[in-house]
Each structure stands twice: as C-alpha cells, then as structure tokens.
Design a protein around this ligand. Structure first.
Ligand code: CA
Ligand code: CA
Length: 211
C-alpha cells in the first residue's frame, strides 16, 4: 500500500474523530432537561421578566434565580445589559432580548410559567439613532422545549405586554410520574403580582410588604 496514502487516511480518520468530538460536546455538557425560553423584539428597550412557579409553590425569577434544579440563566433588562464595554475602549451594542430558564431534573408536579412587564426604558437606539424602538404594546414569545433524548418543542405561546405590571400566563404543564410533560394549558394563573418585589406597574420595585 502506498505509504503516503496510508498517512492521508490516518490523518483523515483523526480529523473526523476530532470533528465528531466537537459536534458532540454541546450534548455532553448540557445537563438541562427542560428549557423555557422568552424572547421579545430586540428593538424594544423595556424590561420584561420570565417567572416559573414550581410544584412546591416557590418561584424562580430575576430575584431568586437558583432554586436547586430550576435556574434562570439571565435577567434580560431590555436595553440594560446590551451595552458591552470593549477592552480597547468604546462601547458596542449586542442587541438581544432573551431569558432562558432551565430545569436540570424532571421533578413531578405542576408548573406555571408567566411573563411580567417590569418597566419601560425610555431612550433612543444609541448606536442606531434613526431606528425607532419598538414600544408597548408588543408580544413576547415563550417556548417550552425538552432536551433529552433530543430537542423537542412542546409549546410556543405569545404574551401581549401592554403596560408595566402586566402579568400573562404563557402556559402551565405537568411532569407526571413517568417523567413526561403532559396537560399543557394556557389558562391565566396569576402569582407574580402577589410577590413583593414584582413590578407594581410604576416601573419600580413594589416593596409594600417588605418593610
Ligand atoms: Ca427581565
Ligand atoms: Ca436585552
């Protein structure tokens, strides 16, 4: 056998194995079982919040991001946080309006997922001053997806955000004893506005119960 050809084949096999590893890495690192993804127009400046009520009644939100197996990856504050200071000086906008909540385990029980309009951020698109920001009313999109054994979207809900303080139910779902997601409903189930630090509709913390 031509020794150069043999080397070429060995190189290609090694290369393919490396590529295969790169492709597989995200699955290996992903420990999430369920994703709940909130997105809204990247050209809206306002802060809206994703909330989940767990079977034990506790909630995951911007103020309590980590509740064991349930975790909010990031509180997106609309335009706040989209401004990135560059190491060489200056600023760049990375316009993104997205919050992701993960369940790392399938814990049986009923879950409620709501979105609340937290506050309005006035102002222009600093980097694109001729672009008019999207203003309320606007719609948020909430996706419910399973990760294992493969990515599967189970529901996509739209929530209309009209004014600060608005609370809308995206969906509720049950994880049953067979660890399947069943009984997805869209009936309004309000729990956010009862929480002390939720938006009071005035665009700031409602701390009436806090002092
Ligand atoms: Ca937010
Ligand atoms: Ca943002």
């Amino acid at each position: 056998m031509n020794i150069i050809l043999a080397f070429v084949i060995m190189f290609l096999l090694a290369f393919l194995q490396i590529n295969e590893k790169i492709v597989k890495t995200p699955q290996v690192e992903s420990k999430a079982e369920v994703l709940v993804i909130l997105t809204w127009s990247d050209y809206n400046n306002d802060d809206i919040d994703l909330w989940m009520r767990l079977p034990d009644g506790q909630t995951v939100n911007f103020n309590t991001k980590d509740m064991g197996f349930a975790h909010l990856e990031r509180d997106d504050r609309g335009i706040g946080g989209d401004i990135v200071d560059l190491p060489e000086g200056g600023r760049k906008f990375i316009r993104l309006n997205k919050e992701v909540l993960t369940l790392r385990a399938m814990v049986p029980g009923r879950y409620d997922v709501n979105v609340q309009f937290y506050n309005v951020n006035e102002g222009v698109m600093y980097d694109e001053p001729r672009v008019t920001p999207v203003k309320a009313p606007f719609k948020g999109k909430v996706t419910l997806a399973r990760i294992n054994p493969s990515y599967e979207e189970l529901d996509v809900a739209e929530v209309l955000m009209s004014a600060p303080g608005d609370e809308k139910t995206a969906f509720s779902f049950t994880i049953n004893d067979e660890l399947k997601i069943v009984d997805i409903t869209h009936n309004p189930v309000l729990f956010v506005t009862k929480t002390p630090f939720a938006s009071d509709g005035m665009g700031h913390h409602n701390d009436a119960a806090g002092h």
